[in-house]
Design a binder for this molecule. Structure first.
Ligand code: SAM
Length: 830
């Protein structure tokens, strides 16, 4: 019989009522592997840790039914081992095992075991007993301890010296006393809790090894009356509710007279400190006031069982209880809410009656308050958005993702816009000339509705923020991959982000684009208000903007810039479009116009001039006209041009460019290549999805007439150039070579003179020549070996014999200078 069955048996439950959650993996594993109880895995795990079964020849299993441990013992012990199992309940026969139906506390059991073992002693005595009776844990814990002591008594009788005793113990008041006894009889005592033992269970397994087998054991050592005497005699009063036991013993806490502390389930559910309750009581009781919780369908048998013995609850049970408490609290609140509603219905029978003036005022006040709070929320949100934008902008600036002119411009233009707004309301009226004021209010209201009454508002912000972060990282990634300048990617990414951003249409997209990239040049200087400072900044920004490589090489660019410099009429401020919030209130007409602007921008790729003069298209002329009306002219955004940055070009593309350049030296090839670069169908598509354009940018590269061989040839040339030594090294090497040649020549001369010397004998000549070579070699080595140490403080001095020559920087320089001067003097004298 396993623990849960035992537990439920004690609680008067049947196994069928067992909550499914309690049937864990070991239950199913036991079923699968044919073990009679899940407890079998406890022994398997204990044996894995201590390996007591492997070498045992005889085993006594006390409290063995239904026989799971016996099965394990017969499996892990050597074949032909003797296994005797004893239990109150009958044990179904197990191959090669003996089963006895006895009470282990009786003398009869002892005799029966003796009969079965004959003259044998056992190497291991197992005990997994659980007492069969009891109403509270404390009582059962004592009985468990008592049973363990009985098992130990049997073990001392039948164990061989050095044998093992493995027993289950409940961690209760008698636990330490038991451990003490074990220590008296065994060499080593270990407490462990195998994985298969539930956390919720207070059981623990004590593995005693090396039975000392004393000749005489004091009977008091194994007598519960004595072993647990101290506790028994403590002057404490027991209150165990319905049941009383023959013994008095302490509870969990020292000095507490009442062992079983209880609280009501109502206290637990409705009280403020439910954790404190759980920590301090032994059980929770359903009283009359808790009846509503008792009857609730979520109050399962498992929960009721948990309430009976709080102290043995595990983490999982605690969680279940806390969840249940939460649910009950909600249930209670809903009940109260219903009651209140009913009461209100009773009190307010006629809702259709006419409201009094006071009630009307009250309602109005409420409405006003609500609106006020909404407005405040909106302001806060707007401020937050602005701050966020500023932060992102700063980040981009730090990462060089946005050119400074761009950002300054943005701020300037916003201010410029404000200035206009402040000085002359005419502009605002102009900007929304065709707008029905009611419509604006309505649309704003709608926006508010959407923005501030939506619960997901905050999440949207977070998402947006996250998006931004991702975008930034993506742009950095693109920068690395493609070696492009950051600002281009940023513009694209920003655009992507905006188009992806749910809840924002194309209009928003255009507006946000304005904030980052798109600029407008006003045709009519006089119609716009701006002050000098800002104009200067704008001009600076404009010049920075047009100085970008993007505008280099664009037809007419130079002329336009030059013209702008010369013609004061063209000397005008750069204007950003309105900020997002202002623009949101613009009319549909405006948004339509911006769409047109956008389409015109995409259709005029590679031909757009910074002034935004778009020649042929009627649409564009119309736009220009409209722009004039609104004091704006749209400068199409150059978005998809590939910027070649020589700095960041990788080796391959540099080589390809070089090869192309070489090819283009021939006029015909140059012309062909230029012609091939244009396709009359290219860039004609409007409103292409961003993912498509991006992909196309990345992969749609012009087919060049370059051949592999050409590229390889250039690569080889470059490699050859790269492998050449640098000039200084080459010179030094040449100098060395020259010096060696000279030395050899001198040596040769000397050797010749020795040879020619008629006064010397042949022997003398040979020696003299040998000496010459020796000396020359020595001189060369000595020079090489001389190390120069530059010391600041002159602390380490090298004596005359030292191979180090210690100098300081100053001295070295001075020495060189004097040598130089001397050399010069010599030169002039010559
Ligand atoms: C948890 S079960 C043992 C399970 C067993 N180890 C297995 O693997 O199948 C506890 C057993 O202790 C037995 N028991 C309790 N008190 C006993 C006693 N005084 N004498 C013999 N057996 C007892 C119960 O009958 C019960 O079968």
């Amino acid at each position: 019989m396993d623990d849960e069955s035992e537990f439920l048996k004690r609680m008067g439950q049947k196994k069928k009522k067992l909550a499914k959650g309690r049937l864990d993996k070991f239950y199913y594993l036991a079923k699968e592997q044919g073990y009679r109880s899940r407890a079998a895995f406890k022994l398997i795990q204990l044996n894995k840790k201590y390996n007591f079964l492997g070498s045992a020849k005889a085993c006594l299993d006390l409290c063995a039914a239904p026989g799971g441990w016996m099965q394990v013992a017969s499996k892990y012990m050597p074949v032909q081992s003797l296994i005797v199992g004893v239990d109150l309940d009958p044990i179904r026969p197990i191959k090669n095992c003996i089963g006895l139906q006895e009470d282990i506390t009786t003398q009869k059991c002892r005799t029966e075991i003796k009969k079965s073992l004959k003259t044998w002693k056992v190497d291991i005595c197992l005990h997994d007993g659980a007492p069969n009776m009891g109403t509270s844990w404390i009582q059962d814990a004592y009985q468990q301890a008592e049973l363990t002591l009985h098992a130990l008594k049997l073990a001392t009788e039948f164990l061989v010296a050095g044998g093992w005793f493995v027993t289950k113990v409940f961690r209760g008041p008698d636990y330490n006393a038991l451990l003490w006894v074990f220590h008296q009889l065994f060499k080593k005592v270990d407490s462990t809790k195998p994985q298969a033992s539930r956390n919720a269970s207070a059981e623990i397994f004590v593995v005693c090894q090396g039975f000392l087998a004393p000749k005489h054991i004091d009977p008091k050592l194994l007598d519960p009356k004595y072993v647990f005497k101290e506790i028994k005699e403590a002057p404490k009063h027991i209150d165990l509710g319905k049941t009383t036991t023959k013994r008095n013993r302490s509870g969990y806490e020292e000095g507490i007279t009442e062992i079983a502390k209880t609280a009501t389930v109502k206290d637990f559910v409705e009280g403020n400190d439910h954790l404190k309750i759980l920590a301090s009581v032994n059980s929770l009781q359903f009283d009359v006031e808790s009846k509503m919780y008792f009857d609730h369908p979520s109050t399962t048998t498992e929960i009721k069982e948990c309430f009976k013995d709080i102290k043995v609850l595990g983490k999982f049970d605690f969680k279940v209880l806390i969840k249940w408490k939460k649910e009950m609290l909600e249930y209670k609140e809903s009940l109260e809410g219903k009651k209140e509603e009913e009461a209100a219905q009773v009190e307010q029978p006629d809702t259709n009656r006419l409201l009094t003036q006071e009630e009307l005022d009250e309602n109005l006040d409420k409405l006003l308050e609500e609106n006020q709070s909404k407005l405040e929320k909106r302001k806060k949100k707007e401020k937050k958005k602005q701050n966020e934008k500023k932060r992102v902008l700063q980040q981009r600036l730090q990462l060089n993702m946005t050119i400074p002119g761009d950002s300054i411009d943005q701020i300037d233009d916003n201010n410029l816009f404000d200035l206009q707004k402040g000085k002359d309301d005419q502009f605002e009226i102009d900007a929304s000339a065709d707008v029905d004021p009611d419509e604006i209010v309505d649309s704003e209201d709608e926006m508010n509705q959407e923005e501030y009454e939506n619960d997901e508002d905050f999440e949207m912000d977070n998402e947006e923020f996250m998006e931004q972060q991702l975008d930034e990282q993506y742009s950095q990634y693109l920068k690395r991959v493609k070696g492009k300048s950051g600002e281009v990617d940023v513009s694209r990414v920003t655009k992507d982000k905006l188009s992806d951003y749910s809840g924002k249409g194309m209009d928003d997209l255009e507006i946000e684009d304005d904030e980052t990239m798109e600029m407008k040049l006003s045709d009519n200087k006089s119609s716009l208000l701006y002050d000098g400072k800002k104009r200067a900044t704008s001009e600076k920004s404009a010049s920075m903007w047009f100085n970008q490589s993007l505008f280099r090489g664009v037809t007419g660019d130079d002329e336009d810039t030059a013209a702008a410099e010369e013609d004061p009429e063209l000397d005008r401020p750069i204007k950003l479009q309105k900020t997002s919030t202002e623009s949101k209130s613009t009319t549909k007409k405006e948004s339509k116009k911006s769409k047109k602007d956008k389409s015109s921008s995409s259709s005029s790729k590679y031909q757009s001039a910074p002034t935004g003069q778009l020649d042929d298209s009627d649409e564009e002329q119309e736009d220009a006209k409209q722009g004039e009306d609104n004091q704006f002219e749209v400068v199409p955004m150059e978005q998809d041009i590939e910027y070649e940055s020589s700095d960041s070009e990788d080796e391959d593309s540099r080589i390809k460019t070089l090869a192309m350049g070489t090819m283009m030296l021939r006029k015909k090839v140059k012309q062909d290549m230029t012609d091939d670069a244009f396709n009359r169908y290219a860039f004609n598509d409007d409103d292409l999805p961003d993912w498509f354009t991006q992909d196309e940018d990345r992969h749609n590269k012009p087919q060049t007439p370059l051949t592999k061989e050409m590229v390889e040839e250039i690569k080889r040339e470059i490699r050859e150039i790269d492998s050449r030594p640098i000039k200084k090294i080459a010179e030094a090497k040449a100098r060395k070579k020259y010096r060696t040649a000279k030395r050899l020549e001198k040596l040769k001369d000397k050797a010749n003179s020795v040879v020619d010397n008629e006064e010397m004998s042949n022997r003398e000549k040979t020696r003299a020549i040998e000496k010459l070579y020796e000396n020359s070699n020595k001189a060369g080595h000595a020079k090489q070996k001389k190390l120069v140490v530059i010391s600041k403080k002159f602390k380490t001095g090298g004596g005359s014999g030292s191979k180090y020559k210690v100098v300081d920087k100053r001295m070295k320089k001075e020495l060189r200078a004097t040598k130089r001067v001397e050399a010069k003097k010599k030169g002039t004298r010559k």
